[in-house]
Write a protein that binds this ligand. Structure first.
Ligand code: SF4
Ligand code: SF4
Ligand code: FES
Length: 838
């Protein structure tokens, strides 16, 4: 039981846990104490003094230890001579707080007058005007006029780019330090800081490139003035002109909740145009944060390169064709193919799209497959995190194991939440062949070599089995001291969550790793419980949804293109990812590509069908934690159709009866797929009050992250039975003597279809490159920055080589989706193209 204390704030009684700050106790009963430097997600610093209140405490009789009583029997209250800061003062039993007195009002007024001594009169042109805490609090509590002289204001730089994503107006900064504290304490990227002192103090960026952090946009949400603005929103609209729609980020498996702000614009013939993306609060998923990929990556939806009409191949060329004609043509070919039809889709598609696509292909006798390099979703469906799991609740009794994933690059908000869990006392074990930023917070680092992912986890099980009488993995793996320590830590854990990724692995190895992690959870009795379970760090937003709906990957795509008579590729670009598939696609019977852009695969297809991105349609994604969440249509693109509607149109012409509305498809899905049984759009849209309370009229408290009024989503139920133990087939990694092992890694900003078409992020996307350990460089006499060439999947590549101590000896790491076809480890031979570094 928590220790509770009762106090009175502005005449209202409240009971809160010991240690609660006055500002938060007030918030709980609907009293807004004004703040600037305080933010409920950060430790208080008491810098601005805006939250001044009168605080009285019961007078205690020293002899008896009991409160002295007034004549009326009420406790005698002694008020301090000075005002106190509500953001740094914890509540105590019997405390009396007054924020509405003349004295408190005077204190707030003086602070505002002081802050405004050097604040420019920018409100009419400031992006923050209309949602600005300083503006709002000045109107509520500020002085009508200043005693200071206007001409004595500091003149500092305006429109200063801290980086290409975030701009600073230096003279608007009120030096609250929220941005600096966010970057240091929450993101652990201390790349901005204060420079100079007194009135000359200003925010500077200390990184190259400027403001080098995946979380930089969050500082613009919590900056209480218009000092920090994003490159894509500044001078674009006034907040009161905007309307909002709820959405879900489509870029990674976290499933961050978003709010999309829109405005009608003459340039779009009066249609709605997206002006910015902000976080929407979901304390179970992303709290009030999003990463910069989620905030700025949506610009691909506005790209002039988007497909706008169907195309068909005539005389070797792709030419425009009407919808009616193309759909009949496709339906005819699919019907003819029958059991030789393959639907190949990626986790970029929604649950509704994937369900309908599978109904179409299997309805005609054909097959469906998932386009991915990573496996194990079947095990996550059986051993995913238990209902009620919240990463924010993990603390001292919990262990988090992250294996084969550079979590910040692959799922930034999970990185943030795992890091915070470690700071609350959870024990973090990071297992990876090379260092990652997450290791700064790890209690234990398991460094294995590429190819030993699954065997490392099996070794942990075996290290425990002797003492705990667990089943032992068949091929006994001998772990070293670090493995034994990790095993001991896990043995003592009350909760265990395992994140597994696909660093250095393809399908077979990641399936073996998933099985090993699943077994670890089962043998240690961490299955089917709240705050315990398996989470896959998928490359796409809805990969887990695809596995839940029965999609499985194909081991050999080249064979598939040769074997099937008709192939329906949706939301995937196999040729773009692996140019060696081009010939197979060119020779395939009938290929239809449904996508947003004319991808490399689309260029070779017989038919190309344009579709709509997440901003133009509705649907649901299933996150890596198995939370099903709804996104809503935002802007209209009348000539285009969502994937599920195109699929329904084709199915009707092929004699099948599929639904063409997202809601009805979801109802059918929920009736047919056991994990979704009983779910409805209405349930997914339900909300409950969250803490901290943000997004109301008091934007000074939580910032401009939106409150969640459109749905917290629903966690999928786990099956009744815990699966029985099966041991994985661990693929052998055979490396020829002296060869260099090229291994794939995942980076946040790559050349995937969506990010590459978001111009604003272009400067963050590195060119194609590989990185090797100094031993490789020395062996081949190569210096950093040299152009090298090598062959992958029969295709020669020329890229820049970097040398890094962080790469294991004998290894070359290659980021996925930078144009080099690598999904699993392969030996390569490196040759120097240019001796001089480029
Ligand atoms: S830039 Fe904004 S958040 Fe940062 S210190 Fe200045 S006012 Fe505060
Ligand atoms: S963490 Fe993932 S889901 Fe969240 S905003 Fe970033 S890319 Fe989107
Ligand atoms: S001192 Fe309390 S909000 Fe700044």
């Amino acid at each position: 039981m928590e220790n509770l204390v009762s106090l009175t704030i502005d005449g209202k009684q409240v009971t809160v846990p010991t240690g609660t700050l006055i500002v938060n106790a007030a918030k709980k009963i609907g009293i807004d104490i004004p703040v600037f430097c305080y933010h409920p997600k950060m430790e208080p610093v008491g810098m601005c003094r805006q939250c001044l209140v009168e605080v009285g405490r019961p007078v205690i009789n020293r002899a008896t230890g009991q409160p002295l009583l007034e004549a009326d029997g009420m406790p005698k209250i002694q008020f301090g001579a000075k005002l106190e800061t509500a953001c740094t003062t914890p509540v105590s039993e019997g405390m009396v707080v007054i924020g509405t007195s003349e004295k408190a009002a005077r204190g707030r007024k003086d602070i505002l007058e002081f802050l405004l001594t050097s604040h420019p009169l920018d409100c009419p042109i400031c992006d923050k005007g209309g949602e600005c805490p300083l503006q709002n609090l000045t109107l509520l509590y500020g002085p009508g006029e200043s005693r200071f002289i206007y001409d004595e204001k500091m003149r500092l730089a305006k429109h200063y780019p801290l980086g290409e994503l975030i701009y600073l107006d230096r003279e608007r900064c009120i030096q609250c330090g929220r941005c600096v504290r966010f970057q240091t304490d929450i993101a652990d990227d201390p790349v901005i800081g204060f420079f100079n002192r007194g009135r000359s103090m200003e925010i500077i960026s200390t990184s190259d490139p400027g403001f080098d952090s995946y979380y930089s946009g969050n500082t613009t949400d919590i900056c209480p003035v218009g000092a920090l603005t994003t490159a894509d929103f500044r001078f674009q609209a006034r907040p009161w002109e905007l309307c909002s729609t709820a959405s879900i980020c489509p870029h990674c498996p976290v499933g961050c909740n978003l709010t999309i702000n829109l405005r009608r614009e003459a340039s779009a013939n009066g249609d709605l145009v997206i002006k910015r993306i902000l976080p929407r609060q979901n304390e179970l998923v992303n709290e009030i944060w999003i990463c910069d990929k989620g905030r700025f990556g949506y610009h691909y939806t506005e790209s002039a390169q988007r497909l706008t009409q169907p195309l068909v191949r005539r005389d070797g060329e792709l030419v425009a064709i009407g919808w009616d004609e193309v759909l009949s043509y496709v339906a005819e070919n699919f019907t003819h193919a029958g059991k030789n039809l393959l639907a190949l889709a990626s986790g970029r598609l929604s649950n509704e799209d994937l369900f309908s696509l599978n109904e179409l292909s299997t309805g005609l006798g054909g097959h469906s497959a998932l386009y991915t390099h990573m496996a194990g979703g079947d095990l996550v469906a059986q051993l995913g995190v238990g209902n009620g799991t919240n990463l924010s609740n993990l603390g001292e009794d919990s262990v988090i194991l992250v294996v084969a994933s550079d979590l910040e690059e692959e799922a930034p908000i999970w990185w943030l939440r795992v890091k915070q869990a470690a700071e609350r006392g959870a024990t973090l074990i990071v297992a990876n062949p090379r260092p990652s930023k997450l290791e700064r917070f790890a209690s234990q680092v398991l460094r294995y070599s590429y190819g030993s992912e699954a065997t490392t986890i099996l070794a942990v099980i075996n290290a425990m089995s002797a003492k705990q009488n667990f089943p032992k993995a068949p091929k006994f793996q001998q772990g070293g001291e670090v493995v034994k320590t990790a095993a001991e830590i896990i043995t003592k854990a009350a909760n265990l969550i395992v994140f597994y990724g696909s660093e250095g692995m393809g399908l077979e190895a990641s399936q073996a790793l998933a099985q090993s992690c699943a077994n670890l959870l089962v043998v240690t009795n961490h299955a089917h419980r709240k705050n315990n379970g398996l989470i896959a760090v998928w490359p796409r937003a809805n990969d887990q949804g695809a596995w839940e709906l029965g999609y499985r990957p194909l081991l050999n795509l080249k064979d598939a293109f040769q074997q099937f008579e008709a192939i329906y590729v949706a939301g995937a670009d196999p040729v773009g990812d692996n140019p060696s598939l081009a010939e197979a696609v060119r020779d395939a019977g009938f290929v239809v590509v449904q996508d947003l852009f004319l991808t490399e695969t689309a260029k070779l297809a017989d038919v190309v069908l344009p579709t709509q991105p997440f901003t133009e349609r509705e649907g649901t994604f299933t996150s890596g934690e198995r939370r099903v969440q709804r996104f809503y249509p935002t802007v209209v693109h009348a000539e285009l159709r969502p994937d599920y509607a195109i699929i329904a149109n084709i199915s009707k012409l092929a004699g099948l009866n599929l639904e063409d509305s997202a809601l009805r498809i979801f109802n059918r899905l929920a009736a047919k797929v056991p994990a979704f049984n009983g779910l409805s759009y209405r349930q997914l849209a339900e909300v409950s009050e969250q803490w901290p309370i943000i997004g109301r009229s008091d934007l000074y408290y939580g910032g401009t992250s939106y409150a969640n009024a459109q749905g917290l989503g629903v966690h999928l139920e786990l099956p009744a039975q815990i699966p029985s133990l099966t041991w994985p087939n661990v693929p052998e990694l055979n490396l020829p003597e002296g060869a260099i092992l090229a291994v794939p890694i995942t980076i946040l900003y790559d050349r995937g279809q969506t990010i590459y078409h978001s111009q604003l992020l272009h400067r963050r996307i590195p060119p194609a490159h590989i990185a090797v350990h100094p031993d490789v460089a020395q062996r081949l006499s190569i210096t950093d920055g040299t152009m090298v060439n090598f062959v992958l999947e029969g295709t020669p590549f020329e890229v820049i080589l970097h040398i890094s101590e962080q790469v294991p000896p004998g290894v070359a790491i290659l980021p996925r989706s930078l144009g080099m076809p690598i999904n699993s480890p392969v030996p390569i031979e490196l040759k120097v193209v240019k001796e001089e570094p480029v």
